[in-house]
Write a protein that binds this ligand. Structure first.
Ligand code: AOF
Ligand code: ZN
Length: 371
């Protein structure tokens, strides 16, 4: 048997497709970012790779097929999400696959979009293509989670970001300046999360404490700053906040609790800021309704940057999909084990476990997911 076939080879190729998909995170909404790889299984040669392009089109498959060109004939296509079967803004990917003469399709997860939902794979099978599904299922689900949740639960994927000091507590900013507990390298890694999000959300408390920009300022990724969302408390937020000053370049939306508060805030809202009334329950903004509005506007991945009141509220509402902790450390100590209980302090209603941990210099990046 050639080394370039079999389940292990399929999994390896799917890993490459998943890596391609990750490149598009934060750029394709409301479409999912889909990765695709065209392979000649006889030789093991990768003939083309691609992912969903900015704005969501072209889809990942035609990009990879175009690179492979005529050589795709008889080849295998690895794709993270079921190819689409509908005529949307582009012709169906199924047609592109058939035209290219692909012989075998290995796919990650099926597409819950009602316009597709199994029909993509069915049409490929009906056309005589050998179809395998559910390869690297967990990873496929994870990379496509924003799309799946938006379609099936009308809310985005919710990722919470926390920076903890050595004592396991958040460092409160104050006087309108953030207080950095981790190294610049760890903070740059945190900025990447912004680039992979479709929107970033903070509460008014974080605005007052840290006065953040909430933009992605990494070299080469400045254009990847997503929509900035603020949940205002009871105070009207004036133009002194830094993120309002760039509202003409990177959109800002502020939700006020109820119509009256929003109407009041609208009168002297800083230029370019989108003021909205959010549904309230018990006088407080109701998170499920906010997320539904964001999802309706195409947000598939939401990064929640804080602060503690907001984290608590997401936890209480059962709306936490992942927590990413940046934790200050030193080389003599490994604080990873303590992180689960430290995070529980801010999210008492979410039962989290460590999924991944790595070092960045003296600091740690730890990702936790609900059990
Ligand atoms: C694919 N490959 O790369 C993506 C897919 O509005 P349209 O026509 O672009 O279609 C959007 C839908 O297509 C989207 O809701 C999702 O179901 C699927 N996305 N499909 O075959 C891709 N991004
Ligand atoms: Zn498609």
């Amino acid at each position: 048997m050639a080394v370039s076939s079999g389940p292990e080879f399929d999994a390896q190729m799917m890993d490459i497709a998943l890596a391609m998909a990750r490149r598009g995170l934060g750029t394709t909404a409301p479409n999912p970012s889909v990765g695709a790889v065209v392979v000649d299984e006889q030789s093991g040669e990768i003939l083309g790779r691609g992912w969903t392009q900015p704005g969501g089109r072209p889809h990942g498959e035609p990009v990879a097929l175009d690179v492979a060109g005529e050589r795709a004939r008889g080849g295998t296509l690895y794709v993270t999400l079921e190819p689409c079967s509908h005529f949307g803004q582009t012709p169906p990917c199924v047609s592109a696959i058939l035209e290219a003469g692909i012989a075998r399709v290995v796919c990650g997860i099926t597409d819950p979009d009602p316009r597709v939902s199994g029909r993509g794979l069915e049409q490929l099978r009906d056309a005589g293509i050998d179809v395998v599904r559910s390869i690297r299922l967990d990873e496929g689900r994870w990379v496509t989670r924003g799309h799946v949740l938006r379609v099936s639960e009308r809310r985005p994927f919710v990722q919470l970001k926390l920076a903890l000091g050595r004592d396991g507590r958040i460092a409160l900013g104050g006087a309108g300046q953030p207080q950095w507990v981790t190294s610049p390298e760890a903070r740059a890694h945190g900025a990447l999360l912004r680039a992979e999000a479709d929107a970033i959300l903070v509460g008014a408390g974080t605005l007052r404490d840290d006065n953040p920009d909430l933009t992605c300022r990494l070299p080469g990724l400045a254009h990847r700053s997503p929509l900035r969302v603020v949940l205002a408390g009871n105070a009207v937020l004036g133009p002194e906040y830094r993120l309002f000053q760039t509202a003409d370049k990177v959109p800002v939306r502020v939700f006020y609790p109820g119509d009256m508060a929003a109407a009041q805030a609208k009168k002297d809202a800083p230029k370019g800021v989108d003021v909205r009334a959010g549904l309230t329950v018990g006088g407080r903004l109701w998170l499920p309704a906010i997320l539904e509005v964001l999802a309706a506007d195409g947000v598939t991945r939401l990064l929640v940057e804080g602060g503690s009141t907001i984290w608590h509220a997401f936890s209480e509402a059962g709306l936490v999909d992942e927590v990413v902790v940046y934790r200050a450390g030193d080389r003599s100590r490994d604080p990873i084990e303590a992180t689960t209980s430290d995070v529980a302090h801010y999210m008492p209603n979410t039962n989290l476990e460590i999924f991944q941990a790595r070092r960045i210099g003296d600091d740690h990046v730890i990702s936790l997911r609900p059990r």
